[in-house]
Design a binder for this molecule. Structure first.
Ligand code: FAD
Length: 502
């Protein structure tokens, strides 16, 4: 969308450098035993509200096959630790309390924001309400309300910035599950065809360069020099960096000069969560199918242990495919073990729920988002402790380097529509700079002592540094600056040594 927006504004001398052999990024599908499954983004989230989600519009325009997800019935589909399907009379009171608590958290968040009060975590909010989910049932319900959406536990998540979820407030509560042979990535592929040369479905425009893994960026007021893994070099006046926050946090790309402290700090403070859908194909279905059965929960003593299940019989009747979603530490744990081990754990759970005689799966698919160096996780979550001013630094340009991607969308981070809107917004900022010379400067909220080269540093220091305190402030500033630089240097040194091939 960033490139398309530049093109829409008549700026066409750009290159798109993409590491993989296709576009779409985290919108990615694969063939799984003859069926197209989405390993990454799956739902158009936020439909039926006061505004129209732009992704919904595109999905309709391209006639994407989708099915509306009905999560309401999940309270009828809860299995306890022994595998017993719990009657609604047993589960409903727990869901009702979770509902009430969520409404309370929405109101509390609005109130904290309105009064400019300090942020708290979702867990703190839950405690204020009087809910402490500790039983396997309450933990599973809690997991389904929060982790299943934001992929991190409530205790790390910012109440003020995450609830009420702007996606559902703005665009509505409905969610549509994409189940199209062409994949969810049909949308970005079609958008690319709007402005890149193509023959039928294939983009042949030389401005799209695939399999170019960016590894080094040099930048100055005069422009940008980019090196890719295949030793190609590219020069440009400006660059828009649209890699994920996981990549920004990693050292996959090095910078000369290094990015300023305030920028790196913001990357490290924000969270890249992990959300993993593990697909299994069986010779036949042994789980409940039919209306209202699509989603079910398994409650376990260990929070988030293979809790959230979904079958694909509504979307692909006769496919005999089921998938379970895990997140965060469970995803990390599972990514580090073999698929056989994961299959063994999953089968233990399924045998509890559906009996010892169920068949072995014919196929299993375990995506590894965290280990993938081009993603470093699934999508961002706003953690407690990051203010909006901090967040503004996420998208702030550094000289000729501009930043975009879902992680730069303050309202819709973590979503496809967030990435889409961020691409437009960042490109428009760059267009303002290129065409109208309205170039965005680094804000005065930056940590000035870490960034001695910006003019604002001098101004700010001059304003605050006077009389007898001046020397002390300067000394403090210098010692803090060298402390951080030394720490970063020694850490980098230690890591480089550690990473040297033995
Ligand atoms: C498992 C999962 C489930 C999700 N579910 C949903 C959902 O149901 N609904 C929803 O709205 N959102 C969902 N999301 C989030 C959504 O997919 C993302 O927010 C969105 O696709 C991010 O788009 P982006 O352009 O910011 O980043 P990306 O799509 O990650 O694009 C970044 C691109 O940069 C490339 N790249 C990385 N490093 C380099 C490098 N060094 N050099 C060159 N290129 C590089 C990558 O290959 C990638 O193509 C999900 C994500 C995941 C992973």
């Amino acid at each position: 969308m960033a490139a398309k927006t530049l093109s829409d504004h008549g700026i066409n001398d750009f290159l798109i450098l993409e590491a993989t052999d296709k576009i779409g990024g985290r919108m990615v599908s694969t063939d799984f035993s003859g069926y197209t499954v989405e390993i990454g983004a799956n739902w158009v989230e936020g439909v039926g509200g006061k505004h129209v989600n732009p992704i919904w519009e595109l999905a309709k325009r391209y006639n994407l096959r989708m099915s509306k997800s009905n999560f309401d019935n999940i309270s009828s589909n809860v299995y306890n630790e022994e595998g017993r399907l719990l009657p609604l009379s047993e589960t409903k009171p727990h869901f009702d309390i979770a509902d009430a608590c969520q409404s309370y958290l929405d109101v509390l968040s609005n109130s904290l924001n309105a009064h400019d009060e300090e942020d708290i975590s979702l867990t703190t909010g839950q405690r204020l309400f009087g809910l402490i989910p500790t039983s396997p049932l309450d933990m599973a319900i809690d997991y389904s309300y929060y982790d299943f959406e934001i992929a991190e536990p409530p205790r790390v998540t910012s109440l003020k910035n995450v609830l009420p979820n702007p996606t559902f407030v703005e665009y509505g509560d409905d969610e549509y599950f994409v189940c199209d042979k062409r994949g969810y990535s049909y949308i970005p592929k079609q958008l690319a065809k709007d402005f890149l040369k193509h023959e039928n479905e294939i983009i042949i425009d030389p401005r799209l360069q695939l399999q170019k893994v960016v590894r080094h960026i040099e930048y100055s007021a005069n422009g940008v020099r980019i090196e890719t893994e295949d030793n190609s070099t590219f020069y440009s006046k400006y660059a828009i960096l649209s890699v994920s926050l996981g990549v920004l946090k990693s050292r996959l790309i090095t910078y000369q000069p290094d990015l300023p402290y305030w920028k790196i700090k913001t990357f490290y403070q924000f969270d890249m969560s992990i959300y993993t859908k593990i697909f299994l194909k069986f010779p036949y279905t042994f789980w409940l199918t039919g209306p209202g059965t699509e989603f079910f929960l398994y409650t376990d003593d260990s929070r988030g242990y293979y809790t959230y299940w979904q079958h694909l019989e509504n979307e692909y009747p006769g496919s005999n495919i089921i998938f379970v979603t895990v997140t965060d530490d469970e995803s990390r744990r599972i990514e580090q073990q073999s698929d056989e081990e994961t299959k063994g754990e999953i089968m233990q759970v399924l045998r509890k729920l559906f009996g010892k005689d169920i068949p072995e799966p014919e196929n299993i698919l375990v995506p590894r988002w965290w280990k993938n160096r081009l993603h470093g996780g699934s999508y961002t979550n706003w953690p407690i402790g990051v203010s909006e001013a901090d967040f503004d630094r996420m998208k702030a340009p550094v000289g000729p380097l501009y930043f975009t991607g879902e992680h730069t969308s303050s309202n819709f981070n973590g979503y496809v529509h967030g990435a889409y809107l961020a691409g437009i917004a960042t490109a428009e900022t760059l267009v303002d700079c290129i065409k109208y010379k309205k170039c965005k400067e680094i804000t005065s909220n930056d940590l000035p002592w870490m960034n001695p080269n910006t003019t604002q540093v001098t101004n700010k220091t001059e304003q605050t540094c006077n009389g007898v305190c001046c020397k002390a402030i300067q000394q403090e500033r210098e010692s803090l600056r060298s402390f951080y630089i030394d720490t970063i240097d020694s850490l980098q040194h230690a890591l480089t040594n550690k990473c040297k091939p033995s």
